[in-house]
Each structure stands twice: as C-alpha cells, then as structure tokens.
Write a protein that binds this ligand. Structure first.
Ligand code: JBU
Ligand code: MG
Length: 382
C-alpha cells in the first residue's frame, strides 16, 4: 500500500482535519492542529507531504522517526501537532487495513469503558453551579473549570478570595457528590500558585491543572511539596523528551498529553508508559474534535494508568460547531453516565462525514485565543 494524497480541512470551531489517501482506497483521518495556529500547522503538514507520498503507511514507526529526526530542528508545538495528526491518520489506515480498532494493535483492552469529564464555566468562570446542575442530569459527575480570570504575578487577597469563593460555593452546593479539576491555565505565576493552592486545600479539588506555565515546570516539585492537591500538566509539552524531565523532577500526579499536539498515538503511548513507571496517572488533554478524542480513547483503552478523558462537548470554545458535527454516526462517541465504551469499529473508531467537512471548511475561522491585559495595560496570561 502507498500513500497517495494528504488533504487538510480547517473547520469551525477552530479545528483542522487531515485526510490521508492510499492507492488501495483505504483512507485515514487525523486532527493536526494547534488552537490559534491552524494555518501554521497546515503548512507544516504540507511540508511533510512530499516525503510521505509514495511511502508505505504501515511503517508508522519509521515515518514518525523520519518526520522527527529527519529535520535538524525538531519538536515544539507546530511540528509535533502536524506529526500528531499524520500519526493518527496512519494508525487509522492500519486499523482499517487489518479490520481492527487501534487498541487491538496496541495490546488490547485494559478497561471496557473510559471515564470522561465536562468543562463548565468558560473563560471567566462565573456561574458554574448552573452548568454543573445541567450536566449532572446528563450523567456527568466530574468537571473542570478555569480557576481565575486575569491574575497578577502578585495579586490581592480579594483576587484570591474571588477564586476560592467560587470553589467554596461548589462544595457548598454539591458536597462530595461531584469531583472537579481546577485549571489555572498558566494564568497564575509561581509566587501566587502556592498561595492559591493553600487556600483551595480545604475544598479538595480532584486536581489543579497547569498550576504554573509549562516553561516554569521546575516549580512543580516545590508546589507539590506545599499541597496535598494533585497537580496536573501536559497540554503544552510536546514529546517524551519534554515529559521525561518532569517525570524525573517529580511534582506532577496527573499527566495530560494532548494527542493532537504531542506527536500522536505513537508518542503519547510512550509517554503514558513512562508516566506509569513513575506512578503518574494519565488524563489526555482534548478540547478538540472527534478524531482527536477518538485517538485519545484508543490510548485510554490500553493504558493502565488512564484515569480521566477530557472531551469538548459544550466547551466554551465550540462556537459554530460541536464535537459530533462531523461524524457520520454520533453513537460512536456516546457518553453514558459520563463514560465512553470501547470503540468497536476498525481504525480510530469514528467515521468522518467528508461532505459535511468540505462544506464547513468554506466557513473556517482563523480562531485566535483572546489577548488579555491587566488593569495597568500589561499583557495578562489568558
Ligand atoms: O482544555 C484545557 O485544559 C485548556 O486548557 C483549554 C486550552 O487548551 C485551549 O484549548 C487553548 O486554546
Ligand atoms: Mg488546560
């Protein structure tokens, strides 16, 4: 079998889907995208295309190594996202060619269903109580929300009280009937992370995510020493070579690689195994589309340490399109009582409605994340 064509579709809300065709008519789909840099990743995918066309799609490991080591400059958000989507599509092709789901090619199921969580509250997490009530009726009992709005390197007791007060209201309203992660989203600098973590301690969040920016990873072990709250990170780390330093230094209890940013199924499968060796839980990051989620689930079903899966249903970013808008059979990704069952279909387990994708690509936005500023006019972390 030979790769014959790569076609990228940028689509609402902010995703990009990749179709890889072969000379035997088998087609694989991937989701190479960095939110806010779709066109840049699209160019990176098209730069890989001349080498890939004519190659045997079954040789995923060699193609991955060529894409990674064949460039003198390597790694990083753009290239690893382009590679991630290509890798996902190659696994989709392999599974379809052999007539099995990808998880069968990775050693088979370690679980029958995977627990998911739902976002609440949006960029400025004001009224999350109503969101939680609505989603509990849909069967979810685990949630994630942003922990703060703009937050200063050093900030006020009032800003801390505002962040903590919202969490106190949640515990007051639901007690221990629900679990929730708090995403600091990199908005909190190291000096205030310790203050916030200590103030949140009494409300026992399931985890705090990105307690500091990924480029401040050296703080993870020190922050972990200061709190019993499990710390989570990974969405802005792009290869096992980045994750290994975090594993060695410690501090992270839950690792959250994004299968559309960190080199795809091949790379994240290795990251998951490394994490297991350090007794670190896996909770893949996935605020994206159906192919990214399907790729995550293929890993979740073979990784012993997988504990939670993010999915973007109803997430505040999904304007003009929702998680399941581009799949033919929405039942493939049905969430029942907060769980998704193992996807039985060959490949990644979802079938893409290409006509719908083509039509939507005519409306593709150039999504950019908001640019926030502090009251003094200086740039604030979003
Ligand atoms: O889902 C998460 O955990 C996030 O932090 C959302 C962030 O990744 C945005 O997708 C960036 O545009
Ligand atoms: Mg996050």
């Amino acid at each position: 079998m030979k790769i014959t064509k790569l076609t990228t579709y940028r689509v609402p809300p902010r995703w990009m889907l990749l179709k890889i065709e072969t000379d035997e008519g088998i087609v694989g789909w991937g989701e190479p995208v960095i939110e806010g840099r779709a066109r840049t990743v699209e160019t990176a995918v098209q730069e890989f295309a001349p080498y890939l066309i004519g190659q045997d799609p079954a040789r995923i490991n060699d193609l991955w190594q060529v894409m990674y080591r064949g460039g003198f400059y390597r790694g990083g958000a753009i290239l690893m996202s382009a590679m991630a989507g290509i890798d996902q599509a190659l696994w989709d092709i392999k599974g379809k060619a052999l007539g099995v789901p990808v998880y069968q090619l990775l050693g088979g199921l370690v679980r029958d269903r995977m627990k998911t969580y739902s976002w609440v509250g949006g960029d400025r997490p004001a009224d999350v109580i109503a969101d939680i009530r609505r989603l509990r009726e849909a069967g979810f009992d685990t949630f994630k929300m942003n922990g703060t709005e703009e937050f200063g390197i050093i900030d006020s007791a009032a800003a801390v009280d505002a962040a903590v007060g919202r969490i106190a209201e949640i515990r007051e309203a639901f007690g221990s009937q629900i679990e929730f992660g708090i995403d600091f989203h990199g908005r909190v600098a190291a000096p205030m992370a310790k203050v916030l973590l200590r103030a949140l301690e009494p409300y026992r969040p399931l985890f705090v995510e990105e307690p500091v920016l990924a480029e401040q990873a050296e703080y993870y072990p020190r922050l972990a020493e200061s709190t019993s709250i499990p710390l989570a990170a990974g969405e802005r780390m792009y290869s096992r070579f980045e994750f290994k330093r975090v594993f060695q230094e410690g501090g992270i209890a839950i690792v959250q690689p994004d299968l559309s940013h960190a080199g795809g199924i091949s790379e994240c499968h290795k990251i998951a195994a490394m994490a297991e060796a350090y007794d670190i839980a896996l909770a893949p990051h996935c605020p994206l589309g159906p192919i990214a989620l399907a790729a995550c689930l293929q890993l979740d079903f073979v990784a012993h340490n997988a504990v939670l899966q993010e999915q973007s249903m109803g997430i505040h970013y999904n304007k003009d399109a929702e998680l399941l808008d581009y799949v033919i059979n929405r039942e493939d990704l049905r969430i029942t009582d907060g769980y998704i069952a193992a996807l039985p279909k060959p490949g990644l387990g979802v079938e893409i409605d290409e006509e719908r994708v083509k039509e939507a690509s005519l409306r593709a936005p150039d999504w950019r994340n908001p640019l926030w500023r502090h009251a003094d006019g200086s740039v604030a972390e979003w």
